[in-house]
Design a protein around this ligand. Structure first.
Ligand SMILES: Nc1ncnc2c1ncn2[C@@H]1O[C@H](COP(=O)(O)OP(=O)(O)O)[C@@H](O)[C@H]1O
Ligand SMILES: [Mg+2]
Length: 366
């Protein structure tokens, strides 16, 4: 393994911005050195949203690929500035990029993250690794989720039966109860909650779940939403916000046009909690601890609903185990960069469904 400093960058489906983490890896131990959050400029966020939802201009995508690279570079350099480190001290940046499409079940399957790594390598002077998902997809996998191998590296416990739950725009679980690593996307995380409150109140997210908490669940709508085939699909499986988004919700709302806005938010929160809870119960006979990371951990109402779904497990933030929940995914991509540089696999074949483990990502050397 190539020990040293690594930068990881994640900009998830919530489109809330770029999370950057600098970590030090020594003999397999990962320590968070510095972190930085960078909000997309408003016009870029809007252009990304349009591209993901409509996707009708190739030139627009290519421009955003380059523009996002500039912002990823800026975010990485800003994070580095907070430390004593210089670009030459960093072995590599692992940049997830911004997902524009994730279509692992089409024929042929594909997944696209933008944020041109040639440009990031050029601006930062740091070797940059990107396009982590494509090799796994080429090997027949879902290309996602990729964080489980990192979750296992830092959170596995010899006696406790643990599940790691990441609530980003989409929620995913990593099952650490058996020797063989398992995990998959359970479906919506924050994305539907964000979309609905943006639509109703022009707010970016439902702070602490207060809007959802003010409503009452509509059980007809809930069972309608839970009927989506994705929830019953067997693993390996992955999804994206190009599927679970406002369009998806609106298709289901046709017969509920009189329902109060807050009741819809309450129903979406319960949908998220039930889909997560059910799939954890299905995947694991008994789970001692659910370690939660991602922005959803701050949604206190949602966390309460998840606790109600899993009364026999302790539901706690990854912070309890030494890693702040906001930085786990960015750290995962720093760790994945280290795997790639070391010639080690990044995917867990059982998780993604690939034919085998693969060295993931393309290296843009400096
Ligand atoms: N205090 C909070 N209350 C409710 N939701 C929150 C809070 N803080 C963050 N979030 C949610 O977390 C999301 C960002 O989570 P993140 O893990 O960055 O997702 P992604 O990886 O998809 O970008 C926000 O869009 C929001 O929905
Ligand atoms: Mg984010």
């Amino acid at each position: 393994m190539v020990d040293g400093y690594y930068i990881g960058q994640m900009s998830g489906t919530s489109l809330d911005g770029i999370d950057t983490a600098i970590i030090e890896i020594q003999n397999g131990r990962c320590t968070l050195i510095e972190k930085h959050s960078f909000k997309w400029p408003q016009d870029i966020e809007q252009r990304l949203r349009n591209l993901i939802e409509q996707g009708n201009s190739l030139d627009e995508m290519l421009q955003l690929d380059q523009l996002c690279a500039q912002y990823f570079s800026q975010a990485a350099l800003e994070c580095l500035k907070k430390t004593q480190l210089h670009p030459v001290d960093v072995k590599a940046i692992g940049c997830h990029g911004q997902t524009i499409r994730h279509s692992p079940n089409s024929d042929p399957a594909y997944s696209l993250q933008i944020g041109n790594a040639n440009r990031i390598a050029e601006i930062t002077g740091i070797t940059t690794i990107s396009d982590f998902r494509s090799r796994d997809i080429a090997a027949g996998g879902q290309g996602a989720p990729l964080a489980p191998a990192f979750h296992a590296a830092v959170f596995r416990h010899s006696e406790k039966r643990r599940v790691v739950l990441n609530i980003g725009g989409i929620a995913n679980i990593t099952i650490l109860t058996d020797e063989e690593l398992k995990g998959y996307d359970t479906g919506p995380g924050n994305r539907l909650l964000d979309d609905w409150i943006r639509r109703c109140k022009n707010l970016p997210y439902d702070k602490n779940g207060a809007f959802a908490a003010s409503g009452k669940t509509n059980s007809f709508l809930l069972s309608n939403l839970l009927n989506d085939p994705y929830f019953q699909l067997a693993a390996p499986k992955s999804t994206g916000s190009d599927y679970f988004n406002l369009n998806w919700l609106q298709q289901h709302l046709n017969n509920f046009s009189d329902e109060a806005e807050e009741n819809i938010q309450a129903t979406l929160a319960l949908l998220t909690a039930i889909s997560i809870g059910d799939q954890i119960k299905q995947a694991v006979k008994h789970c001692d601890e659910v370690l939660v990371c991602g922005g959803g951990v701050h949604n206190t109402f949602l966390m309460k609903l998840i606790e109600q779904q899993l009364p026999n497990s302790i539901i706690t933030s990854t912070e309890t185990f030494g890693i702040h929940p906001d930085w786990v995914e960015a750290m995962a991509f720093a760790w994945l960069a280290q795997q790639t540089l070391s010639g080690l696999p990044g995917n867990a074949a059982k998780v993604t469904g690939a034919k085998g483990t693969r060295i993931c990502g393309a290296i843009f050397q400096n």
